[in-house]
Design a protein around this ligand. Structure first.
Ligand code: CA
Length: 300
Protein backbone atom coordinates (compact mmCIF):
# COMPACT_ATOMS: atom_id res chain seq x y z
CA UNK A 1 0.00 0.00 0.00
CA UNK A 2 1.26 3.44 -0.89
CA UNK A 3 -0.01 6.69 0.51
CA UNK A 4 -1.33 9.22 -1.98
CA UNK A 5 0.72 12.35 -2.36
CA UNK A 6 4.04 10.52 -1.83
CA UNK A 7 6.40 8.88 -4.27
CA UNK A 8 5.84 5.16 -4.75
CA UNK A 9 8.52 2.64 -5.89
CA UNK A 10 8.26 3.67 -9.53
CA UNK A 11 8.88 7.32 -8.71
CA UNK A 12 5.45 8.54 -9.80
CA UNK A 13 3.40 10.69 -7.44
CA UNK A 14 -0.01 9.07 -6.79
CA UNK A 15 -2.87 11.55 -6.71
CA UNK A 16 -6.60 11.37 -6.55
CA UNK A 17 -8.92 13.88 -8.20
CA UNK A 18 -12.59 13.73 -7.31
CA UNK A 19 -15.82 15.61 -8.04
CA UNK A 20 -19.56 15.19 -7.53
CA UNK A 21 -22.77 16.68 -8.87
CA UNK A 22 -26.51 16.26 -8.53
CA UNK A 23 -29.43 17.39 -10.67
CA UNK A 24 -33.19 17.31 -10.26
CA UNK A 25 -33.63 15.98 -13.83
CA UNK A 26 -36.34 17.00 -16.29
CA UNK A 27 -39.48 15.58 -14.68
CA UNK A 28 -39.35 15.56 -10.86
CA UNK A 29 -40.28 18.61 -8.81
CA UNK A 30 -37.72 18.01 -6.07
CA UNK A 31 -34.37 16.28 -5.65
CA UNK A 32 -34.38 13.42 -3.12
CA UNK A 33 -30.79 12.40 -3.88
CA UNK A 34 -27.90 13.46 -1.63
CA UNK A 35 -24.15 13.06 -2.04
CA UNK A 36 -20.80 14.04 -0.60
CA UNK A 37 -17.31 13.98 -2.07
CA UNK A 38 -14.33 14.65 0.17
CA UNK A 39 -10.81 14.28 -1.23
CA UNK A 40 -7.35 15.75 -0.79
CA UNK A 41 -7.07 18.07 2.20
CA UNK A 42 -10.80 17.85 2.86
CA UNK A 43 -10.62 14.07 3.43
CA UNK A 44 -11.18 12.75 6.95
CA UNK A 45 -7.97 11.73 8.76
CA UNK A 46 -6.53 8.43 7.46
CA UNK A 47 -8.58 8.51 4.24
CA UNK A 48 -7.62 9.67 0.75
CA UNK A 49 -11.17 10.08 -0.50
CA UNK A 50 -14.73 9.58 0.71
CA UNK A 51 -17.63 9.43 -1.74
CA UNK A 52 -21.26 8.84 -0.73
CA UNK A 53 -24.40 8.70 -2.88
CA UNK A 54 -27.88 8.21 -1.38
CA UNK A 55 -31.25 8.15 -3.17
CA UNK A 56 -34.13 8.80 -0.81
CA UNK A 57 -37.69 7.56 -0.95
CA UNK A 58 -40.90 7.96 1.02
CA UNK A 59 -42.46 11.04 -0.49
CA UNK A 60 -41.21 14.52 -0.99
CA UNK A 61 -39.87 15.85 2.30
CA UNK A 62 -39.18 12.43 3.82
CA UNK A 63 -37.05 11.06 0.96
CA UNK A 64 -34.91 14.15 1.04
CA UNK A 65 -34.52 13.83 4.81
CA UNK A 66 -33.55 10.14 4.62
CA UNK A 67 -30.85 10.58 1.98
CA UNK A 68 -29.44 13.66 3.69
CA UNK A 69 -29.39 11.90 7.06
CA UNK A 70 -27.52 8.97 5.51
CA UNK A 71 -24.86 11.12 3.87
CA UNK A 72 -24.37 13.47 6.83
CA UNK A 73 -24.39 10.54 9.27
CA UNK A 74 -21.72 8.65 7.37
CA UNK A 75 -19.49 11.68 6.95
CA UNK A 76 -19.89 12.54 10.64
CA UNK A 77 -19.17 9.01 11.89
CA UNK A 78 -16.13 8.55 9.62
CA UNK A 79 -14.77 11.97 10.53
CA UNK A 80 -15.22 11.11 14.21
CA UNK A 81 -13.30 7.82 13.95
CA UNK A 82 -9.72 9.05 14.00
CA UNK A 83 -8.77 6.23 16.38
CA UNK A 84 -9.26 3.54 13.72
CA UNK A 85 -6.79 4.30 10.89
CA UNK A 86 -4.77 1.13 11.55
CA UNK A 87 -7.61 -1.27 10.68
CA UNK A 88 -7.17 -2.64 7.14
CA UNK A 89 -8.80 -5.08 4.74
CA UNK A 90 -11.91 -6.93 5.85
CA UNK A 91 -11.63 -5.26 9.27
CA UNK A 92 -12.05 -1.81 7.74
CA UNK A 93 -14.86 -3.10 5.53
CA UNK A 94 -16.69 -4.34 8.65
CA UNK A 95 -16.07 -0.95 10.32
CA UNK A 96 -17.59 0.81 7.30
CA UNK A 97 -20.55 -1.60 7.24
CA UNK A 98 -21.07 -0.89 10.94
CA UNK A 99 -21.28 2.83 10.16
CA UNK A 100 -23.99 2.19 7.56
CA UNK A 101 -25.79 0.13 10.23
CA UNK A 102 -25.65 3.03 12.69
CA UNK A 103 -27.06 5.38 10.08
CA UNK A 104 -29.76 2.82 9.29
CA UNK A 105 -30.78 2.87 12.95
CA UNK A 106 -30.90 6.66 13.00
CA UNK A 107 -33.03 6.91 9.84
CA UNK A 108 -35.33 4.16 11.16
CA UNK A 109 -35.79 6.09 14.43
CA UNK A 110 -36.57 9.30 12.56
CA UNK A 111 -39.06 7.43 10.37
CA UNK A 112 -41.24 6.74 13.41
CA UNK A 113 -42.59 10.30 13.01
CA UNK A 114 -45.99 10.19 11.36
CA UNK A 115 -45.02 12.46 8.44
CA UNK A 116 -41.85 10.45 7.72
CA UNK A 117 -43.25 6.95 8.02
CA UNK A 118 -41.79 4.55 5.47
CA UNK A 119 -38.94 6.82 4.49
CA UNK A 120 -35.71 5.17 3.49
CA UNK A 121 -32.74 5.60 1.21
CA UNK A 122 -30.22 3.75 -0.88
CA UNK A 123 -26.67 4.24 0.31
CA UNK A 124 -23.41 3.59 -1.52
CA UNK A 125 -20.21 4.61 0.27
CA UNK A 126 -16.69 4.45 -1.21
CA UNK A 127 -13.57 5.03 0.85
CA UNK A 128 -10.12 5.15 -0.76
CA UNK A 129 -7.15 4.46 1.50
CA UNK A 130 -3.88 4.21 -0.43
CA UNK A 131 -4.48 1.71 -3.22
CA UNK A 132 -7.42 0.08 -1.46
CA UNK A 133 -11.03 0.89 -2.30
CA UNK A 134 -13.69 -0.02 0.24
CA UNK A 135 -17.36 0.03 -0.78
CA UNK A 136 -20.38 -0.43 1.49
CA UNK A 137 -23.68 -0.68 -0.27
CA UNK A 138 -27.45 -0.96 0.19
CA UNK A 139 -30.03 -0.41 -2.58
CA UNK A 140 -29.83 0.29 -6.30
CA UNK A 141 -27.40 3.15 -6.53
CA UNK A 142 -24.15 1.81 -8.02
CA UNK A 143 -20.36 1.87 -7.84
CA UNK A 144 -18.42 1.30 -11.07
CA UNK A 145 -14.73 1.06 -11.86
CA UNK A 146 -13.36 2.09 -15.24
CA UNK A 147 -10.05 0.34 -15.87
CA UNK A 148 -8.13 0.31 -19.16
CA UNK A 149 -11.16 1.72 -20.97
CA UNK A 150 -13.58 -0.93 -19.70
CA UNK A 151 -16.40 -0.35 -17.23
CA UNK A 152 -16.90 -2.85 -14.40
CA UNK A 153 -19.86 -2.72 -12.04
CA UNK A 154 -18.61 -3.23 -8.48
CA UNK A 155 -21.93 -3.35 -6.63
CA UNK A 156 -24.94 -5.55 -7.05
CA UNK A 157 -28.36 -3.83 -7.12
CA UNK A 158 -30.82 -4.79 -4.42
CA UNK A 159 -33.77 -4.54 -6.75
CA UNK A 160 -36.63 -6.58 -8.13
CA UNK A 161 -35.29 -6.45 -11.68
CA UNK A 162 -31.83 -7.59 -10.52
CA UNK A 163 -33.42 -10.64 -8.89
CA UNK A 164 -35.26 -11.39 -12.15
CA UNK A 165 -31.99 -11.07 -14.11
CA UNK A 166 -30.25 -13.42 -11.65
CA UNK A 167 -33.05 -15.93 -12.13
CA UNK A 168 -32.63 -15.69 -15.89
CA UNK A 169 -36.16 -14.31 -16.31
CA UNK A 170 -35.13 -10.88 -17.60
CA UNK A 171 -32.29 -9.65 -19.83
CA UNK A 172 -29.97 -6.77 -18.78
CA UNK A 173 -31.38 -4.35 -21.34
CA UNK A 174 -35.00 -5.27 -20.57
CA UNK A 175 -34.26 -4.70 -16.87
CA UNK A 176 -33.01 -1.18 -17.52
CA UNK A 177 -36.33 -0.10 -19.02
CA UNK A 178 -38.68 -2.41 -17.08
CA UNK A 179 -41.73 -0.71 -15.43
CA UNK A 180 -40.73 -2.33 -12.10
CA UNK A 181 -37.15 -1.03 -12.28
CA UNK A 182 -37.79 1.31 -9.30
CA UNK A 183 -38.69 -1.48 -6.87
CA UNK A 184 -35.83 -2.03 -4.50
CA UNK A 185 -35.48 -4.96 -2.13
CA UNK A 186 -33.24 -3.36 0.49
CA UNK A 187 -32.95 0.17 1.80
CA UNK A 188 -31.45 2.08 4.72
CA UNK A 189 -33.99 3.12 7.37
CA UNK A 190 -36.91 0.79 6.66
CA UNK A 191 -36.12 -1.73 9.40
CA UNK A 192 -34.13 -1.70 12.63
CA UNK A 193 -31.31 -3.57 10.89
CA UNK A 194 -30.26 -3.90 7.29
CA UNK A 195 -27.94 -6.25 5.44
CA UNK A 196 -24.98 -4.26 4.11
CA UNK A 197 -22.84 -5.54 1.22
CA UNK A 198 -19.10 -4.88 1.33
CA UNK A 199 -16.58 -4.86 -1.51
CA UNK A 200 -12.80 -4.55 -1.33
CA UNK A 201 -11.00 -3.58 -4.56
CA UNK A 202 -7.30 -2.94 -5.27
CA UNK A 203 -6.82 0.25 -7.25
CA UNK A 204 -4.31 0.84 -10.07
CA UNK A 205 -2.92 3.84 -11.93
CA UNK A 206 -5.53 5.60 -14.15
CA UNK A 207 -8.50 3.85 -12.51
CA UNK A 208 -11.71 5.88 -12.48
CA UNK A 209 -14.35 5.29 -9.82
CA UNK A 210 -18.00 6.27 -10.36
CA UNK A 211 -20.82 6.29 -7.83
CA UNK A 212 -24.28 7.11 -9.16
CA UNK A 213 -27.99 6.99 -8.41
CA UNK A 214 -30.35 5.01 -10.66
CA UNK A 215 -31.39 8.28 -12.34
CA UNK A 216 -28.19 7.81 -14.37
CA UNK A 217 -28.25 4.08 -15.05
CA UNK A 218 -31.92 3.86 -16.03
CA UNK A 219 -31.43 6.72 -18.51
CA UNK A 220 -28.16 5.90 -20.29
CA UNK A 221 -26.33 2.70 -21.19
CA UNK A 222 -23.08 1.48 -19.67
CA UNK A 223 -21.31 2.03 -23.02
CA UNK A 224 -22.15 5.73 -22.85
CA UNK A 225 -20.96 5.94 -19.22
CA UNK A 226 -17.76 4.21 -20.31
CA UNK A 227 -17.01 6.68 -23.09
CA UNK A 228 -17.83 9.77 -20.99
CA UNK A 229 -15.58 8.61 -18.14
CA UNK A 230 -12.79 7.79 -20.62
CA UNK A 231 -12.92 11.19 -22.29
CA UNK A 232 -13.22 13.64 -19.38
CA UNK A 233 -11.68 14.54 -16.04
CA UNK A 234 -13.87 14.05 -12.92
CA UNK A 235 -15.62 17.45 -12.83
CA UNK A 236 -16.34 17.52 -16.57
CA UNK A 237 -17.40 13.84 -16.52
CA UNK A 238 -19.98 14.65 -13.81
CA UNK A 239 -21.47 17.43 -15.94
CA UNK A 240 -21.45 15.26 -19.10
CA UNK A 241 -23.08 12.26 -17.37
CA UNK A 242 -25.91 14.40 -15.98
CA UNK A 243 -26.41 16.14 -19.28
CA UNK A 244 -26.55 12.74 -21.06
CA UNK A 245 -29.21 11.47 -18.60
CA UNK A 246 -31.25 14.65 -19.10
CA UNK A 247 -30.93 14.38 -22.88
CA UNK A 248 -32.55 10.93 -22.62
CA UNK A 249 -35.49 12.45 -20.73
CA UNK A 250 -34.12 12.97 -17.21
CA UNK A 251 -37.00 11.01 -15.68
CA UNK A 252 -35.38 10.89 -12.23
CA UNK A 253 -32.99 12.84 -10.04
CA UNK A 254 -29.41 12.18 -11.19
CA UNK A 255 -26.39 12.09 -8.90
CA UNK A 256 -22.81 11.20 -9.80
CA UNK A 257 -19.48 11.18 -7.96
CA UNK A 258 -16.27 10.51 -9.89
CA UNK A 259 -12.69 9.96 -8.66
CA UNK A 260 -9.62 9.42 -10.83
CA UNK A 261 -6.43 7.76 -9.61
CA UNK A 262 -3.15 8.99 -11.03
CA UNK A 263 0.01 7.06 -10.14
CA UNK A 264 0.51 4.04 -7.94
CA UNK A 265 0.56 0.39 -9.09
CA UNK A 266 0.35 -0.06 -12.88
CA UNK A 267 -2.03 -3.00 -12.52
CA UNK A 268 -4.28 -4.75 -9.99
CA UNK A 269 -6.76 -7.64 -10.04
CA UNK A 270 -10.09 -6.62 -11.53
CA UNK A 271 -13.13 -6.60 -9.27
CA UNK A 272 -15.06 -9.82 -9.81
CA UNK A 273 -18.51 -9.49 -11.28
CA UNK A 274 -20.75 -8.02 -8.59
CA UNK A 275 -20.44 -10.25 -5.58
CA UNK A 276 -20.26 -8.99 -2.01
CA UNK A 277 -17.05 -9.93 -0.14
CA UNK A 278 -18.32 -9.33 3.32
CA UNK A 279 -21.64 -8.65 4.89
CA UNK A 280 -22.20 -7.21 8.29
CA UNK A 281 -25.67 -8.20 9.38
CA UNK A 282 -28.08 -10.54 7.72
CA UNK A 283 -31.81 -10.36 8.25
CA UNK A 284 -34.51 -12.31 6.53
CA UNK A 285 -36.86 -10.14 4.55
CA UNK A 286 -40.32 -10.64 6.05
CA UNK A 287 -43.58 -10.10 4.14
CA UNK A 288 -44.23 -6.97 6.24
CA UNK A 289 -40.91 -5.52 5.12
CA UNK A 290 -41.77 -6.28 1.53
CA UNK A 291 -45.07 -4.41 1.88
CA UNK A 292 -43.22 -1.46 3.35
CA UNK A 293 -40.76 -1.50 0.45
CA UNK A 294 -43.55 -1.64 -2.07
CA UNK A 295 -45.39 1.26 -0.43
CA UNK A 296 -42.33 3.45 -0.25
CA UNK A 297 -41.27 2.58 -3.74
CA UNK A 298 -44.63 3.58 -5.15
CA UNK A 299 -43.96 7.06 -3.83
CA UNK A 300 -40.42 7.22 -5.25
CA1 CA B 1 -33.71 7.50 -8.06
Amino acid sequence: MWPFGRKDGSGSIPRLLAAGRTDVGRVRAGNEDSYKVLSGEKSPVGIDALLVVADGMGGHAAGEVASRMAVEGIVGLITGSDDLPSVEGQGYLRFLGGIVQQVNGAVFQASQDEDKRGMGTTCTVAVVRGDQLYVSHVGDSRAYLLRAGSLHQITQDHSWVEEQVALGLLGREEARAHPNRNIITRAVGLEQKVEVDGYLVSLADKDILLLCSDGLTTMIEDSQIESILSEHGPAEACRALISAANCQGGHDNVTVAVARVTGGPSSAPLPASPHPDADTVEIARSPSVWRKFSRSVLRR
